[in-house]
Ligand binder design. Sequence first.
Ligand SMILES: [Mn+2]
Length: 435
Amino acid sequence: MFEMLRVEAKRAVRILEKHEFARVYTHYDVDGISSGAIIATALLRRGIQFHLSFLSGLNDGVEVEDELVIFADMGSGYPDVISSIDANVIVVDHHFPVGRIEARREFAHINPHLAGIDGSYELSASGTAFIFANEVGDNSDLSSLALLGMIGDKQKISGGNAEIVKKGVESGHIDEKEGLRMISGSVRDVLRLSLEPYLDFYSKEEELEEFLERVRINGDREFDELSREEERRLANAIVLRVLNMNSYPGVVEDFTGKKFFLKSELVRNAVMMSEIVNATGRKASQSIGFGICMRDESYLEKGHELWRKFTVEIHEEIERRRHEVKEGECIRYLIMEEGSSTGPIASVFSRYLFADRPFVAINIKKDGRVKVSARSNQKLAERVDLAEVMRIAAEKVGGRGGGHVVAAGANISADVVDEFVKEVDRLCCTQLGWR
Ligand SMILES: [Mn+2]
């Protein structure tokens, strides 16, 4: 399955062999952080030094003074930026390649879309980095880190992802069990704080206690220690609750079926580790998530702390904003000033509360910069390509945008927000064929 990807990975290794040092740039989300840790570990084991930084994207370009630059979870959508770099470049990405890269020097582009593999749902940047790392040396133990990015990017454990998980199970680094793919903690805490799935219990304590009574499970029990019978009972009730919200029915298969435990990592529950690493990124403390991925125990407590803080903030923001959601002709949108985050909120709204149309969250920062996150689901994505919508609408108002068909984003300025929303709405209507 990975033959074509491996050909390009081998080309990357040949470039790598000429260097003793690599400058690595990766995305600040969990897929980016885990990709960074996979690449960093592979470099270290090969005796190559590195300097790694986290970026929110390549919208502002990047300044390069080194001889070898590696981009992870970014690059494929920015041919102009990559083409302008006067260094050897390796791109390890799963975003849909846009335009043409005219590399100034040696160049390798490891991307599932260029190798006949579905990079939107079936191979994350972390999975792509794993394939690359295993051409650099024997790094088969890093399959558990690859799993974090798949979960973080809400991909499916099928195709390329399933192949990597299978390798992880065979090599004894991943343990696969029947159950709910959810976070760790007491049952009560998990139900209240879970964002994937979002269960709408956060501010509904009584409803939560009734729910626990109905499923006959003590809320103080550890979620990961429930018996199979108890977990099945809980699963049925959770699925029913999710389907009774205005959710996208396809979300159910994203958290039911199998759960994964990571035998070599500091956090055993894969979803929990993914959420912790994600939170460190969202709270501008990526190095903590990176440290946890590098198996440095000293970062673990801080990571847990950041996770709780971030998760509570998101729930508070959801409660505050769910009544502020506006309707366009073909989209729903939310305009926030100094919101705590855009992507995670857009994900919950688009998957669980307002799943019938594309969802756009707009966050106006104090400095006048505006961050936009657009989300839809696999069904809507059959007709709407949000990466294209974000790119075209942002360019029209002098900004930049792109991403994936189901999850995309843009950066624009505050004075063009209304014009931008109108353009996004118009493009979505056209693509959906609703107008
Ligand atoms: Mn990614």
